[in-house]
Design a protein around this ligand. Structure first.
Ligand SMILES: [Zn+2]
Ligand SMILES: [Zn+2]
Length: 300
C-alpha cells in the first residue's frame, strides 16, 4: 500500500487558497517528497504525516515553484533532529541549485547527499521505491518520475519449516533480507505484481510520458490550463491543457488520472473536468491536502 498526498496543487506562484504543487509519498514507514516549492514545509506540517520519515526529495526541475522551499524544508528536518543522510535527486544543474539554496541554510544536523541525474534520466532506489526519472519537454531540463513498489512472492512456510529456519527469521526473509545462510529466494514464491504510478509536471505531452504510463495504476499529470483558448499559452510556456493530459492517460492505458499544478488563472479547475472526462472518464482534479491510497493490484 502506498499513500500519496497532493500537498499543494498550484503552479507558478502560491495563492492564499492554493499552495505550490508537491507530493508526499509514503509506504511502510518510509517516505519521500516530490518537488518542494515555497511553503512546502507548512503543508507537510498541516498534513501531519511528519518530517522524520522523509528520506529523499526528488526535484522535477529548477523553476522556483518546484524548489524554492528547499532551505526551509531542510531546516525543518534539522529541527526534527534528523541525523541520517538526506538524499536529493534532480536533473542536471542540481548541485549548483542546491548549493546556492544552502547558502541560507548552511547548518544542518545531517548530511545532504546530492544525486545529479544525467540528461536522459536514470533508474535508482529512493525510500524503498524503485524510481525511473525520464525527460519531459519544458524548455529546460525537467524530469517526470515513475515509481514502482515491488511485491515479494508469497512466503512458503512449509518450505521454511523443511529447511529448519527458525520462526524469528521469517519476517526478515519475507522482507527480502538475508538471515545467516538463508536467502529470501529459498522461501518466497514468484514475485507478484507491485504498485506503479507516475508524476509528470511541467511539460508538453511527450511519447516518453505515454510510454512510462503503461502498466500504471495512476498518472498524476499537470493540468495547467483548462480552456481551449489557452493552447497558445500552453505551447509557449511548455505546459498542457486538461484534454492533452487526458489524451496521454488514455493512450498510456492507465487506470486513473489526477490533474494538478493549476495555473493561477484557473479559479475552479473542476469546471474543466468534463473536457478531460470526455476523453478519459476516470479523471479527477487534485486539491491541496488531498490523500489517496494505492493498493496491490489484485485488491483494487
Ligand atoms: Zn511549475
Ligand atoms: Zn516549470
Amino acid at each position: 500500500m502506498i499513500d500519496i498526498c497532493t500537498l499543494g496543487t498550484g503552479g507558478t506562484m502560491p495563492l492564499y487558497t492554493r499552495a505550490l504543487s508537491s507530493l508526499y509519498i509514503r509506504h511502510g514507514g518510509r517516505a519521500l517528497l516530490l518537488d518542494c516549492g515555497e511553503g512546502t514545509q507548512v503543508e507537510i506540517g498541516r498534513l501531519g504525516w511528519g518530517f522524520i520519515r522523509l528520506e529523499a526529495l526528488l526535484i522535477s526541475h529548477y523553476h522556483a515553484d518546484h524548489c524554492s522551499g528547499v532551505p526551509g524544508f531542510l531546516l525543518a528536518l534539522a529541527k526534527a533532529n534528523r541525523l541520517e543522510p538526506f538524499h536529493i535527486y534532480g536533473p542536471p544543474g542540481l548541485t549548483r541549485v542546491i548549493e546556492g539554496l544552502r547558502v541560507i541554510a548552511p547548518t544542518l544536523t545531517f548530511p545532504v547527499e546530492l544525486h545529479e541525474l544525467p540528461p536522459q534520466g536514470d533508474s535508482f532506489e529512493a525510500a524503498g521505491l524503485q524510481v525511473r526519472a525520464f525527460p519531459l519537454n519544458h524548455g529546460m531540463p525537467c524530469f517526470g518520475y515513475r515509481f514502482h513498489l515491488p511485491r515479494p512472492g508469497l512466503f512458503l512456510a512449509d518450505q521454511a519449516r523443511a529447511l529448519g529456519i527458525p520462526v524469528q527469521a521469517w519476517s526478515f526473509l519475507q522482507r527480502g533480507e538475508r538471515v545467516a545462510d538463508w536467502r529470501p529466494e529459498q522461501v518466497l514464491g514468484p514475485e507478484r505484481p507491485g504498485i506503479d504510478f507516475l508524476c509528470a509536471t511541467d511539460t508538453r505531452p511527450t511519447a516518453g510520458i505515454r510510454e512510462a504510463g503503461r502498466g500504471t495504476q495512476l498518472m498524476i499529470l499537470e493540468g495547467m490550463y483548462g480552456a481551449e483558448e489557452d493552447l497558445p499559452k500552453a505551447l509557449k510556456n511548455h505546459h498542457m491543457l486538461f484534454r492533452e493530459a487526458a489524451q496521454l492517460a488514455l493512450e498510456a492505458g492507465t487506470r486513473r488520472l489526477l490533474l494538478t499544478h493549476f495555473s493561477t488563472s484557473l479559479e475552479d479547475p473542476a469546471a474543466f473536468l468534463p473536457e478531460a472526462r470526455r476523453i478519459f472518464p476516470d479523471t479527477a482534479c487534485a486539491a491541496d491536502g488531498m490523500t489517496l491510497s494505492l493498493g496491490w493490484p489484485e485488491a483494487t
